[in-house]
Design a protein around this ligand. Sequence first.
Ligand code: AMP
Length: 395
Amino acid sequence: MKKKTIKDIRLDNKKVLVRVDYNVSLGEDFKIADDFRIRQTLTTLDYLSKKGCTIFLLSHLGRPEGLKNKDFSLKPVAQHLQKILGRKVFFFDKDITDANARKELSSFNKGEIVLLENIRFYKQEEENDQQFAQNLAGLADIFVNDAFGVSHRVHASTVGVTQFLPSVAGLLLEKEVKVISQALNKPKRPLVAIIGGAKAEDKITLVGKLLEKADYCLVGGGTANTFLSAWGYKVGQSKVYHEMVELAKKLFWKASRRNTAMLLPTDVVLGNLKEKTTNGVVDVEKIPASWQALDIGPKTQAEFGNAIAKANTIIWNGPMGVFEKQEFKNGTEFIYWAIAQNSQSLSIIGGGDTISALKKKEYLKVIDHVSTGGGAMLEFIEQGTLPGIQALEDK
Ligand code: AMP
């Protein structure tokens, strides 16, 4: 990475403001359901602690839309972080637009860790308000961005603050950028890209970009339905993004020009989400008018599996079906299994859903890199950088 990281600057005993992405899922009892994103920042926290830094952590949680809302409080995160670090983590929930509260923050001692309350409780955060950003900057000597997952957002705590403080990358951000860039720009071939999920607007553009880089592009999930429709198949009640169909057609040409094998499902699992019923597996040319395609079928699994077995690099974003329902999770589970069988490949997966789709945690161990970013990973693949990364100091 051409940007400075915390290893490139003097940090001894400094106050550092660290943007992290602790946007974790909470259970009904406000317990942390999955602390993956928290654990991923421990390397940076450990490094800063060893340098004697006072650490102010900034994060958002959910979408409180600029309003205080205790359902989105980071307090449970502070408690959890304290437990996994085995040391005191202060939680600071006073209004940081108030000068007295900021003064209170300045009295924390060397080496202490403080997590501030949800930064999205302030509407100024998403507006990238300059005064707010400056107030944030006033809390510390150095800004560290360790939040790959929000670096595609131009917010006060990702971009605004960098105008007022020396700003460098944390070790997680550095790792994310390094691994994803290497897989895209210097991949060991064949490079197999797997795209699923439902947000076809984003995903179809992504397929366009990956067709330029990958040797195989496997398209499943809801995204595949728009491609199947563009190819001329009738997909029943499945959601098709009609405004994207023309682009999808162009991508078939692009794939053939670039010699990229684009694989679409050849069979699908039928279902009806409203009535919560399934209706078995059919070939894609036989999808009945009243049903939806909600997962890839076994023939498609075998075809996708063949490509995955040949891969030396794998990038995956988005589930192959409606994995939240038992009946439609097999396709996604199969992809995990297939990647796990291919031990020689470098594998990268991203997207909150792709990760939560994985119930069998042992598969996660065989994935080389699990990105903390979903949307950010997509934008990074498309643009080659992100606003929150651009804003950091160059080496
Ligand atoms: P995304 O955020 O775009 O990766 O989409 C994730 C969502 O896609 C999950 O909630 C899945 O249930 C949904 N999904 C995957 N496959 C399908 C499909 N064939 N039809 C409808 N939704 C799907």
